[in-house]
Design a binder for this molecule. Structure first.
Ligand SMILES: Nc1ncnc2c1ncn2[C@@H]1O[C@H](COP(=O)(O)OP(=O)(O)OP(=O)(O)O)[C@@H](O)[C@H]1O
Ligand SMILES: [Mg+2]
Length: 264
């Protein structure tokens, strides 16, 4: 297992990805401190989702990815997940016909022996391990404010609740590193702040590290320990929010005049 006492959660070095000759990421290197919430920002097409695809092992890449000091670069996505990387997707990938609880349980399949999917699809009796995992899924939904909807089909839930189900599904794997790709997309400002506050609290409670992509720069600067700025597939700057906010290149290349409005 990765070393949980490490003070750097994630380190990437010289990451590069091309799609049919088009460079999506090039020479990207940075570290993220262990614990709490950090963020990746950048304009549309900057390479944020591609970066998450590299870290989680979904995309083939050049360069290295280290989780708590362990080199994962040569491992497939399922091994990286088993070693502690969980993620959500920019477009939620929930199974509409299943309940919120069963969707969360799908995130635990790597931790269950003997086919969790079949345990969702077949009637009781379930094993003791399955019961324990159901209780855990229920607890997570409760902590995210969804205990009243756990048995509802996800396609009947409001958009914000579906986002929370996705987060719960990633959390049930008890990740060391949680990657959230625009978890607050489509939410109102208050709902987005509440969701990020819940994620922050969860990270503080469990010691996991969360890295999120978020377009609301003000929100990012309020919740993040460390901010990584990508621009056109390259790292522009990475550092504490106040440092990033003061960086001339960030102001010029990405944030423009609106930046002066953001309090950090
Ligand atoms: N599978 C793919 N095939 C070809 N090009 C791709 C693929 N995935 C991403 N790209 C390209 O790589 C670049 C980075 O895309 P990416 O989706 O990582 O950006 P992003 O920062 O997440 O943008 P957004 O804010 O719109 O989500 C873009 O130019 C995109 O068109
Ligand atoms: Mg994206």
């Amino acid at each position: 297992m990765a070393d949980p006492t490490h003070d750097t959660a994630l380190r990437v070095d010289s990451l590069g990805v091309s799609f049919q000759g088009v460079t999506a990421l090039q020479g990207v290197s940075f570290s993220v401190p262990a614990g709490g919430v950090s963020a990746v920002i950048g304009p549309n097409g900057a390479g944020k989702t591609t970066l998450f695809n590299c870290i989680s092992g979904v995309a083939r890449h050049l360069g290295t990815v280290e989780l708590e000091g362990r080199d994962l670069s040569r491992l497939h996505a399922d091994r990286r997940a088993a070693l502690g990387i969980a993620r959500t997707f920019q477009t939620p990938l929930l199974i509409p016909e299943l309940s919120a609880l069963d969707n969360v349980l799908l995130g635990a399949h790597g931790r269950m022996k003997g086919g969790l999917l079949s345990s969702i699809l077949r009637p009781p009796p379930v094993t003791r391990a399955e019961r324990a995992m159901r209780a855990r899924a229920s607890e997570l939904l409760k902590r995210l404010g969804l205990h009243h909807s756990q048995d509802h089909r996800v396609d009947s839930l409001p958009h914000g609740d579906r986002r929370r189900v996705e987060v719960a599904r990633a959390l049930i794997a008890e990740p060391r590193l949680l990657l959230l790709d625009e978890p607050a997309a489509g939410l109102g400002a208050d709902e987005a702040s509440e969701l990020l506050a819940d994620i922050e609290e969860f990270a503080a409670h469990t010691g996991m590290t969360c890295v999120l992509v978020e377009h609301d720069v003000g929100l990012v600067m309020r919740v993040s320990r460390h901010v990584v700025v990508l621009d056109a597939g390259r790292l522009l700057v990475a550092g504490p929010p106040a440092e990033v906010a003061a960086d001339e290149r960030v102001i010029a290349a990405y944030l423009g005049d609106d930046w002066s409005e953001v309090e950090v």
